[in-house]
Design a protein around this ligand. Structure first.
Ligand SMILES: NC(=O)c1ccc[n+]([C@@H]2O[C@H](COP(=O)([O-])OP(=O)(O)OC[C@H]3O[C@@H](n4cnc5c(N)ncnc54)[C@H](O)[C@@H]3O)[C@@H](O)[C@H]2O)c1
Length: 325
């Protein structure tokens, strides 16, 4: 097994830089920034679409973690030259500091069935979720290759990128399957050449965030229907069984420490205070069993549950009881 896949000593990340895209709201990226700064002593670069969002995130981080340096930079991950400019600025902002981790985390979701989804939704989803990750690789992998010290490159896919397509999730899941395959390919390409770079794909189950809302807000700004100056940081949906971004980050770094490539972050103790996991691995296994028999089991399409559309993946302990919602 290559060094790239082995356990990692997280203590070496102290005084190094963590770069996190899509961290301007109160979601997964924000949780990773807080953990990197507060628990690992890393300096943090917050990237997100709007100047106002990243300035406010920078201020929050500086107040919470005065012992490290935190900077917010506006950057659209669908624009390669913006990422290259940001990558170059980090050396000026934090001279002499090595980059310890890059989290390509920015993402969007538009949950519509295929026949109700628009071409624009598909294009935005693929541009942000897939090309945003590729652009982040192009901007940062050469910098990590130039360093001798070990570093982490993680892209946020989803457990949706490992399981079968579902009701209303097609554009999102198609994009996340692409992120998983792209990270697998990057890991392979770097295995011999740059084993000091540890590639991971982050596949969260259910984390409290406002992803559906931030996706709509950002689309409205892009369409000129509202101003970027009005955008407020959003967080935590109402699903009480979700992981908090902070506890999700603990699980993520446990995976990194263990050297796990597929970082499936399930809703299990001690990261949540209940015993109703999403059980992502069981749903992954189901897909692989289908593939091995060259069949697709659609029996879940006949399921009728109060308040929920039929789903092949929103099932199991977390979604089993109506009172879960
Ligand atoms: N919340 C979950 O349960 C969950 C589960 C699986 C995967 N994910 C993934 O986690 C990642 C973070 O999402 P989240 O749930 O924390 O929601 P979030 O809304 O807090 O994070 C997404 C961020 O990406 C930013 N963004 C969107 N387009 C961008 C662009 N072009 N350039 C730069 N930034 C951009 C948004 O402004 C937002 O801050 C996403 O990739 C999402 O698909 C989330």
């Amino acid at each position: 097994m290559s060094k790239q896949q082995g356990p990692m000593e997280l203590g070496q990340l102290r005084d190094r830089v963590a770069v996190v895209t899509g961290a301007g709201n109160h979601g997964i990226g924000w949780g990773l920034c807080c953990h990197a700064a507060g628990e690992l002593g890393m300096h943090v670069i917050v990237l997100d679409l709007h100047e106002k969002l990243v300035r406010e995130a920078e201020q929050r981080l500086r107040q919470l973690y005065p012992q490290v340096e935190c900077h917010g930079l506006a950057c659209d991950v669908t624009e390669p030259e913006q990422l290259t400019t940001v990558a170059a600025r980090i050396a000026d902002l934090l001279p002499g500091k090595a980059i310890g981790a890059v989290f390509a985390n920015a993402g969007v979701i538009f949950s519509h069935r295929i026949m109700n989804s628009t071409v624009q939704e598909w294009e935005t989803t693929l541009r942000v979720n897939v090309m945003g990750v590729v652009n982040t690789m192009h901007a940062f992998i050469p910098l990590l290759q130039a360093q001798e010290s070990e570093s982490i490159f993680s892209a946020t896919a989803s457990v949706g990128g490992l399981v079968r397509g579902d009701n209303g999730g097609a554009s999102y899941q198609a994009s996340k399957h692409a992120v998983v395959a792209t990270c697998e390919a990057l890991s392979f390409e770097l295995a011999r050449k740059s084993p000091q770079i540890r590639v991971h794909v982050l596949c969260p189950c259910i984390v409290a965030s406002a992803l559906d809302k931030t996706s709509v807000v950002n689309q409205r700004v892009q369409d000129g229907e509202s101003s970027a100056d009005e955008v407020e940081a959003l967080g935590a949906g109402g699903f009480r069984l979700a992981m908090t971004p902070e506890r999700h980050a603990i699980q993520t770094f446990e995976h990194i420490k263990a050297g796990n490539f597929y970082m499936v972050t399930d809703n299990v103790r001690p990261y949540v205070d209940h015993d109703l996991p999403f059980d992502g691995v069981a749903i992954m296994r189901e897909r692989h069993e289908n593939m091995q028999t060259l069949t697709l089991d659609n029996s879940d399409a006949w399921e009728r549950r109060p308040g929920m559309a039929p789903s092949a993946i929103m099932k199991g302990p977390m979604f089993g009881e109506p009172e879960s919602f």
